[in-house]
Design a protein around this ligand. Structure first.
Ligand code: THU
Length: 127
């Protein structure tokens, strides 16, 4: 397991998921090689839940990082999960060229973000 995968798995242990019991960790590699992690954070008001991927992005931006190369998502599902639509769009804002990898303890799957979000909304659409 490489450092990014190890970080995503460790972040999964910190998930706050008392309602779904579905723990997810995410690790972003920034353009300068820094690793920033996130986990899902649920709420008694269910719809306020934050996914691991958006948690990682929010933490990274708060630390001053806005350019990313790779993302690893770690879950306990039987097959690698793919990020939800909201997370795809959030990731697209910063890294349309992002490489996305999803891992379980026994398998992995890779995509490009462009493959997962073929027609993302961008700042250029606002003009
Ligand atoms: N979840 C993530 O954190 N990332 C995903 O890619 C899919 C779903 C979380 C949200 C919620 O806390 C739990 O998994 C079940 O949906």
């Amino acid at each position: 397991m490489n450092a990014l995968e190890t970080a995503a798995k460790a972040a999964r242990q910190r998930a706050y998921a008392p309602y779904s019991g579905f723990r997810v960790g995410a690790a972003l590699e920034t353009e300068d090689g820094t690793i920033v992690t996130g986990c899902n954070v649920e709420n008694a008001s269910y719809s306020l839940t934050i996914c691991a991927e958006r948690s990682a992005i929010a933490t990274a931006v708060g630390l001053g990082h806005t350019r990313f190369r790779r993302l690893v998502i770690s879950s306990e599902a039987s097959e690698p999960i793919s990020p939800c639509g909201s997370c795809r769009q959030t990731l697209w804002e910063f890294a349309p060229d992002l490489e996305v990898e999803s891992i379980t303890d026994t398998s992995r799957r890779n995509w490009s973000l462009a493959e997962l979000l073929p027609a993302g909304f961008s700042r250029s659409d606002l003009t």
